[in-house]
Write a protein that binds this ligand. Structure first.
Ligand code: NAD
Ligand code: WQD
Length: 344
């Protein structure tokens, strides 16, 4: 019998790609999403890609009884992958309580419900934002957690602590916390991808929208940083590679392969790319010319961060495999798909 997994935020960007990979690996998936930052028709696209339609429940993770009813309606759920969260850094500075409520209470509800329904494990979407500007690069999981730059970042730090404290207190659950670096790109079918609402804050959606002519010019935020070309450096990880890490982590929990009841892994490529390098790679790999300008620094930006993924490589047997060229082409194909569908 197929193992049943609950995916919160499963119609979102990373969630939808993960649902596809879970189904391809033989898991049965139940999605919970309140559709605050995604569309219901993502479920159709997931079905088109994988040939299997996941169960979908429009439920808010803040609704304890609503979640409880989902666990009752779908008995035997063995694991949870918890993507549902608010994620816009700038908005979190403007609306901290919205971020603290959504991101903390959703997790607390799940952690309370897990033992009640005999759910063994949870995978939590954490972020490299917990490292702030690391003192040593590439950054390992042992690096110190720096004071958060935003309420959003703080919710990731607090959520990691909530999970640790819950397990320390004797809760029977198991957890894997995955610290994602910068997820980009879209499924090779171009049927699912990132769908930013309004003006994108993140680099890749702004870049592809500029290339499409939706935005006039991409601003490169700063070219006078202490980096080889002066622009900031990040570790851009292909979303499908990232999705696969979740399947491996879930197998690990359910097959009792963990070393500790709570584990943490960096999920990145180990390769740092500057904003300018990324722009040039995009132009080279898609043949599309990009209109960009150098602009002032953006407040709060980390100068440079990239992962040491060796613990995930050796312990999970997971590795980022996709080239940056293929990844950028996938992001562009997704933008073209959105135009063809008249969405953007
Ligand atoms: P996303 O916004 O595309 O997906 C999140 C999904 O959760 C959306 O479909 C949204 O409708 C849903 N959601 C939000 N609050 C909810 C609630 N209370 N109840 C039910 N559903 C709710 O975001 P994403 O990029 O796919 O990110 C997924 C997770 O990964 C988030 O926890 C995010 O903080 C984390 N993360 C993302 C990045 C990134 O750059 N995208 C990097 C590191 C970590
Ligand atoms: C990448 C680089 C910008 C837009 C954020 C969150 C982080 C994580 C991922 C979830 C930076 C530059 C960007 C633009 C630019 N999310 N840039 N022009 O800031 O690394 O991380 O998303 O946990 O918490 O902070 O990602 O895509 O916004 O920026 O020059 O129009 O691109 O300065 O160097 P970031 P990003």
């Amino acid at each position: 019998m197929k193992k049943r997994i609950l995916v919160t935020g499963g119609t979102g960007y990373i969630g939808s790609h993960t649902v596809v990979e879970l189904q391809n690996s033989g898991y049965e998936v139940v999605i919970v999403d309140n559709l605050s930052n995604s569309r219901a028709d993502v479920v159709d696209s997931i079905e088109q890609i994988s040939g299997v339609r996941p169960a979908f429940e429009k439920v808010d993770c803040l609704d304890y009884e609503g979640l409880n009813n989902v666990f009752t309606k779908y008995p035997g759920i063995q694991g949870i992958i918890h993507f549902a969260a608010s994620k816009a850094v700038g908005e979190s500075v403007q609306k901290p309580l919205l971020y603290y409520r959504n991101n903390l209470v959703s997790l607390i509800n799940l952690l309370e419900l897990m033992p009640k329904h005999g759910i063994k494990g949870i995978i939590f979407s954490s972020s490299c934002t917990v490292y702030g500007q690391p003192d040593v690069l590439p950054v390992t999981e042992a690096a110190p957690i720096k004071k958060a730059e935003s309420p959003y970042g703080n919710t990731k730090q607090i959520n990691e602590e909530i999970i640790r404290d819950t397990i320390t207190s004797g809760s029977p659950i198991h957890a894997v916390m995955l610290r994602y670096f910068n997820p980009i790109g879209a499924h090779p079918t171009a049927l699912i991808g990132e769908l930013p609402l309004g003006v994108p804050q993140n680099l890749i959606p702004y870049l592809t929208q500029t290339a499409m002519g939706i935005r006039e010019k991409l601003s490169v935020f700063g070219d006078d940083y202490d980096t080889p070309d002066g622009s900031c450096i990040r570790d851009y990880i292909y979303v499908v590679d990232l999705a696969k890490a979740h399947v491996i982590a879930m197998n690990r929990i359910l097959e009792d392969k963990q070393k500790d009841k709570v584990e943490v892994f960096n999920i990145g490529t180990g390769r740092g790319l500057s904003v300018l390098e990324l722009i040039h790679k995009f132009e080279e790999s898609t043949g599309v010319k990009l209109n960009y300008q150098i602009a002032p620094r953006r407040a709060g930006d980390i100068v440079k961060v990239w992962a040491d993924p060796s613990y995930a490589n050796s312990e999970l047997g997971w590795k980022a495999e996709t080239s940056i060229e293929d990844t950028l082409r996938s992001a562009w194909n997704w933008q073209v798909h959105l135009r063809e569908k008249g969405i953007m």
